[in-house]
Design a protein around this ligand. Structure first.
Ligand code: 1HE
Length: 259
């Protein structure tokens, strides 16, 4: 592989963006390779971590490639990002993004496709499209806006403002802030834990929650009942519920104090 690394640790696929000399900028071929790696992860793992090699997570769109496109090629290019990132957001696996350094433009869009974002303290996030004379095209107007809200995204795009990890957490752009250099380790621990969940429940979490949040309240509640019943009557749920009642399953633990 030219742009990515792939490894499996237990049930967790570890995907590394590996174009550090260009700060992991995403070209068309990079997107195609990511698509292939998603298939590899789905075939061999129950959860996945995505991180960046080198000093940054990802500098977004490969700007050198972008300037050579016709308008229509640009539309197809953006739609391809949508297709591939949708395989992360609504695929078979929960994805944990381990962030450090720049998480910029398309890098933020990629991180926003994952279900959980773990940022180390060096992380900064920005949407510099306004400065470059372009617009988000990797799903940001939907995914980033739903995470941080339209007003904050508008501010980031108009002013070119860059936010640090603490602000990103306050704004809901990431769920965890961890010490520098530990994001991959923490994300991998969480992914390994998620991999032990019932597969059908993980699938329901990934697919149902974002869809239900887009629905009207009554529709969401109606859909929830079907998913709740479908999961609870699966053989796996019966085994797990029996294990709890027979005191063979772990209890819920109080938080340990670690953030
Ligand atoms: C790149 C790219 C890139 C770096 N496309 N080549 N993204 C941006 O507007 C972000 C542009 N990048 C930066 O602001 C900085 O590179 C970083 C803050 C991310 C990192 O800074 P630094 O000092 O560590 O690295 P550098 O020296 O700026 O970059 C190293 C090399 O990577 C350099 O090339 P070189 O030939 O001089 O070694 C840079 O030109 C190159 N490089 N970023 C191409 N993005 C689907 S729509 C999504 C829309 C967007 O993503 S817009 C945001 C684009």
């Amino acid at each position: 592989m030219e742009f990515l690394t792939f490894d499996i640790q237990g049930d967790v696929a570890i995907v590394g963006l590996n174009r550090p000399e260009k700060r992991n900028a995403i070209s068309d071929r990079f997107v195609e390779e990511l698509n292939d790696v998603i298939s590899m992860a789905e075939a061999g793992a129950k959860a996945a971590v995505i991180h960046g090699h080198g000093p940054h997570f990802c500098a977004g769109l490969d700007l050198a490639e972008h300037v050579q496109k016709t308008p229509f090629e640009g539309v197809h290019g953006s739609r391809r990002w949508h297709e591939v990132f949708a395989r992360i957001q609504h695929g078979k696996l929960p994805w944990f993004a381990a962030l450090h350094g720049a998480v910029v433009g398309g890098g933020f869009e990629l991180a926003a496709s994952c279900q959980v974002r773990v940022a180390d303290e060096t992380t900064f996030m920005a949407l510099p499209e306004g400065q470059r004379g372009i617009f988000v095209g990797g799903g940001g107007s939907v995914r980033c806006a739903r995470l941080i809200g339209v007003a904050r995204m508008t501010d980031m795009m108009l002013t070119g403002r860059s936010i640090d990890a603490e602000t990103a957490e306050r704004w809901n752009a990431v769920q965890y802030v961890v010490p520098a250099g530990t994001a991959v380790e923490r994300a991998t621990e969480m992914a390994a834990r998620a991999a032990t969940n019932a597969e059908i429940t993980n699938y329901a979490i990934i697919h149902a929650l974002p869809r239900i949040s887009d629905m009207a309240k009554e529709d969401g509640l109606f859909v929830e009942s079907f998913i709740a019943s479908f999961t609870a009557t699966s053989p796996e749920a019966e085994d797990r519920l029996r294990a709890f009642l027979e005191k063979r399953a772990a209890k819920v633990a109080a938080p340990t104090g670690a953030k």
